[in-house]
Design a binder for this molecule. Structure first.
Ligand code: PLP
Length: 437
């Protein structure tokens, strides 16, 4: 499979290059040259396949012979090596729980797949590779765990001091080994700018082999299709109709992967883009006008994005046909007050605890199903409620039980290097780190 740059269609690369480079010229995103269809038999008989087999079959066409099949099989198995159950909340609404991985967020799946692909591609590289990533919270943890102890790779994570939750901070800082955490005196934008500067700095790039692990990387984006197949496998054992699929969305990578699976032949009745107050896409769906906005802070902080990177991939999938796109996707914007109210109501009525991101999805799907009676659907549960204890306790007045794995983590020591939002400090750190090896 070849991938072309959405900003410069002359630039085409293979899977390996796209996953190492992350972006093409002019910071363009890569997109597959063709959309391979699922075999009908595969979709009809999903329940007969193991999760590992589904993950493997989902990905093979995108990788071709760039990774040997036995290695890819192993990567696929490690990508879905934890439970991803579809649970019924109410008669109409189910939830695909994507938060049983090591960092309790759905980003684990993409990060695990990407880290293992990079490790395969770079195994004959003599220089060590440094994965540089800025995080506002969830991405860093998933990337750190995905790359933890992967040979030949160092990970350097930049996060804003005092601006991530205690659980998130431990996930970034307690691993040690090949993972370094830099606590930046600044905000997330400062971290992101420092990363961007590093990628364009000649001194750093002549000495250090830098790569990025952000969500626009195809090796993180494409494996997210697997969620939808695993959901459907379970859905078909419970329901007769095709599902309405509701995705809590920020940078729109997840929903875009679901739509890609739909174009490949995954049955779905409709898609819903569930947003918090950052409502660029719901606005676009109403008006056919795309106006990026400055992100505002909300309870569902992983979705505080004002100009979602993957929106351009969605346009490409629909060949820029607004009517078709608008018939297939609905957008909702849910404010913090409704988010808390939803957590409370769902807990009282059904005894199910939603995290704020999943609550945005529940409220959106609930609204859609009221407007479109007779249908049923599922939401993607993207984070474990224990990662956002304040919101959940405020809404439900209960203390959430901390999973065992997390208790151990919280006892570990935080190890960080503090830096100012000053490029020279980061540069010194990266160059010294490189000399240590
Ligand atoms: C990253 C994230 C999202 C948003 O996913 P996108 O692919 O960026 O749309 C939603 N919920 C949680 C918990 C996340 O960490």
């Amino acid at each position: 499979m070849k991938y072309y740059n959405l900003k410069d269609k002359q630039e085409t690369v293979d899977f390996k290059t796209a996953s190492i480079k992350s972006q093409g010229r002019q910071k363009g995103l890569f997109f597959p040259e063709s959309i391979p269809k699922f075999e009908e038999e595969f979709i009809r008989n999903l329940h007969l396949y193991s999760d590992e087999e589904i993950a493997f079959r989902c990905m093979t066409d995108f990788i071709g012979d760039e990774i040997p099949l036995d290695v890819l099989k192993q990567i696929a198995a490690e990508t879905v090596s934890f439970d991803i159950p579809l649970k019924k909340i109410s008669d109409q609404i189910s939830v695909l729980e994507l938060f049983h991985g090591p960092t309790l967020a759905f980003k684990d799946v993409g990060a695990r797949f990407m880290s293992r692909c990079l490790s395969y591609f770079l195994k004959d590289q003599h220089k060590k590779v440094t994965v540089l990533v800025a995080t506002s919270g969830d991405t860093g943890g998933a990337v750190a765990h995905g790359f933890y102890n992967v040979p030949g790779i160092n990970v350097v994570i930049l996060y804003p001091k005092n601006k991530v939750s205690p659980v998130q901070e431990k996930q970034l800082t307690a691993l040690g080994g090949n993972i370094s955490a830099l606590e930046v005196n600044g905000n997330f934008d400062d971290c992101q700018n420092l990363v961007k500067q590093s990628f364009s700095d000649e001194d750093i790039n002549s000495e250090v082999f830098l790569t990025s692990a952000n969500s626009i990387n195809i090796a993180r984006w494409l494996p997210q299709q697997i969620y939808y197949l695993l959901a459907l496998k379970q859905w078909k054992l419970q329901e007769n109709s095709d599902p309405v699929i509701c995705v809590p969305s920020g940078n729109f990578g997840n929903i875009c992967a679901g739509l890609l699976a739909y174009f490949r032949g995954l049955p779905a009745e409709h898609f819903i883009a569930a947003c918090n107050e950052n409502d660029v896409v719901p606005d676009y769906l109403k008006s056919n006008q795309y106006h990026p906005k400055k992100a505002v802070a909300t309870l569902s902080n992983a979705m505080d994005v004002g100009d979602p990177s993957n929106f351009t991939r969605i346009l490409e999938l629909f060949a820029h046909q607004f009517e078709t796109l608008n018939n297939m996707i609905s957008g909702y914007s849910i404010d913090d007050e409704s988010t808390l109210q939803t957590i409370k109501t769902v807990y009282e009525k059904y005894g199910y605890i939603l995290d704020p991101h999943s609550a945005v999805a529940f409220a959106s799907l609930d609204e859609y199903l009221h407007e479109n009676p007779g249908k049923k659907g599922f939401i993607l549960g993207t984070a474990h409620p224990v990662k956002f204890p304040e919101a959940v306790e405020k809404a439900t007045h209960i203390n959430i039980e901390v999973p065992e794995a997390l208790e151990d983590l919280m006892k570990k020591e935080k190890k960080t290097v503090e830096i100012n939002a000053d490029f020279e400090e980061l540069k010194r750190f990266l160059l010294n780190k490189n000399h240590e090896q």
